[in-house]
Each structure stands twice: as C-alpha cells, then as structure tokens.
Design a protein around this ligand. Sequence first.
Ligand SMILES: CC(C)=CCC/C(C)=C/CC/C(C)=C/CC/C(C)=C/[C@@H]1[C@@H](COP(=O)(O)OP(=O)(O)O)[C@]1(C)CC/C=C(\C)CC/C=C(\C)CCC=C(C)C
Ligand SMILES: [Mn+2]
Length: 313
Amino acid sequence: MLQLPETPRPTKKLASLEDSYEQCRQVTADYAKTFYLGTQLMSPEKRQGVWAIYVWCRLTDELVDGPQAAFTTSETLDKWEEQLESVFAGHPVDDPDVALVDTVERFGLDIQPFRDMIAGQRMDLVRDRYETFEDLHLYCYRVAGTVGLMSAQIMGVERFCDRLQAPWSPPRVLNNPVNTINKAVDLGIANQLTNILRDVGEDARRGRIYLPLEDLAAFDYTEADLFNGVIDDRWRAFMKFQIRRARKYFAQAESGIGTLQKDARWPVWSALVLYRQILDVIEQNQYDVFTRRAYVPSRRKLMSLPLAWLKSL
Ligand SMILES: CC(C)=CCC/C(C)=C/CC/C(C)=C/CC/C(C)=C/[C@@H]1[C@@H](COP(=O)(O)OP(=O)(O)O)[C@]1(C)CC/C=C(\C)CC/C=C(\C)CCC=C(C)C
Ligand SMILES: [Mn+2]
C-alpha cells in the first residue's frame, strides 16, 4: 500500500531545557514559597523534578480554579490529558513540558497519578457535594494524594536502615515501597483535608461543600447553617471531629518520611509540620472558618523549621 508521508505537526519553538526548568523554578518560587524553600535542601536533580511537577499540578488546578475556569469543560480536560500523554511519550507541547519530559525520563515517573489528578479536576466540573467520607476521600486522593505519589517517585525510597548498627548485624529492611507509597498518599490527603477545613467559607460562597454531608447530618448541622456561617456547639463539635481526622492522616504519614532518601526528609517534615499548623490556627480562631482565614504567620513558620530538622534526623 502506498505510504503517504506523515503530515508534519506544526512545530512551535519551545524553550530550551535549561530555560524550561528556570521557568518552573520561578513559578514555584512565586506561588509556593514554603515548598520552594524545602526544595533548596534537595539535590539539584530532585529539586528540578519537584519544580516541574509543581508547575504541572498548578496548571492543572488552574484549569478548574483559575481565572479561565468558567470556560473549562470536559473537552478542555480531554485536551489537557492528551497533552499529558504526549509529554509521557517524550513530546513536549508547551515550554514547561520540556522540563517535565526530562523529569519523567530521569525519574521513570508513572503517568497514572497525573491521569488521576485530572480525574479529580473532572469531579470539580460535575460535583459540588460529597455524600460520604468515602466519596470525599476519592476526591482527596485524586487532587492531592496523587501529589504525594508523584513527589515520592522523585524523592526516592531509602530501603535500608541507615541508623548506626553493629557491623555484624544484617542490614535491616526498613520498609517496603508499598508502605511508603501509602504514606505519601496519606500526606497528600491530610493536606487536602486541611485545605478544605481552612476554605469552608470561601467554598460556600461558591456554592460548594467539600465536607461529607453524612457528617454534617450526624452533628445535626444543616446546609443552610453552613451558608449562614452559624458557629455554635454543633459546628464546634463537627469541626473537632474533622480536625481529628485530618491529624490522623498527618500522623499516618509521619512514619513514611524516614523511609525517603535523606535529602528529602527535612523538606517533607517541614511541609508536614507547617501545613498541620493550619489546624492549630483554626482552633485558635474558635473554628471560625467563615470570616477568618487560618493563616500561619511567617515567624511561626520559621520557628518550626528547626523542629522539622530534628525530626528528620
Ligand atoms: C512517604 C511520604 C510521607 C512522602 C512525602 C510525599 C509528599 C511530598 C507529599 C506532599 C503532598 C502535597 C504537598 C500535597 C499537596 C496537596 C494539595 C494542597 C493539593 C491541592 C489541590 C487542590 O486543592 P484546592 O483547589 O482546594 O486548593 P487551592 O485553594 O487551589 O489551594 C491542589 C492545589 C493540587 C495541586 C497541588 C499543588 C500545586 C502542590 C504540588 C506540590 C508539590 C509538587 C511539592 C511537593 C514537595 C514537597 C517538598 C512537599
Ligand atoms: Mn485549587
């Protein structure tokens, strides 16, 4: 059969690898100061890898949350997913993809967490309520647990115990990768549950409730109460319950950090300790997440870094 030459794809001149990583660095530094600080403690390869996935996650989130969100449809996400497939096939489409293609190859990243994150953004297009915690858990896995999976592949798992041991004792296997992976997902979920509690008021103003309706009902608190920002004993008890649940996920994640490669431990401990403090601030604000944004002051953030360092030893 006659083989026609392939129609050449219109080629756009893309950034060089160096410029692409520099763009990713810049975006991370501007949008995620704490994560960026954490990446400074990692090896240059890991640091660049985290910037590349940060930018991809940010762009994905922007599709449903950014200024153009009103124009995002299921087809927009289909296109975004095609672009992702192209990146994983080694063909960058836009400037930040150049760095991502390199990161994917360097670390042998798996595409599934990226696809799952897009599936999470699809949920945002069609849902604004979650009946059960199980429903919400799936959403949290998709938009945040996946970040844990992507990051853990870059940070790398240290399989053997590196504490001081008697020279004659066999190396102790500290963990299996499956365990680390679960804990990486737990940290993402803990962060997302915290995000949700912090943003209750903001989400309600957009007509969205990311709290399990079954839990609201169990505390006899109605959607109308939520939209009216009612803070009473029912709300306080409800929030205590949700905060306890988020802390449980942080606690589960803790034991995974020691299984990561050394240079990743302090950054991840810092991320955990800093994010978890948002829950403390919500408590200090007497659970008012309607009119006050739980914000951890920079001084307090800085003061927790030595504690994170101690924990990472
Ligand atoms: C074994 C073990 C414990 C390993 C550690 C694995 C690890 C590093 C886990 C961290 C996971 C993490 C940082 C999750 C972020 C979760 C999160 C906040 C997701 C947000 C989703 C959407 O939420 P929403 O729209 O409600 O929120 P906004 O109002 O828009 O903020 C996200 C916004 C999804 C997109 C996520 C990001 C942009 C953050 C990506 C971050 C990284 C790649 C850096 C991770 C690196 C370090 C050093 C922690
Ligand atoms: Mn968002």
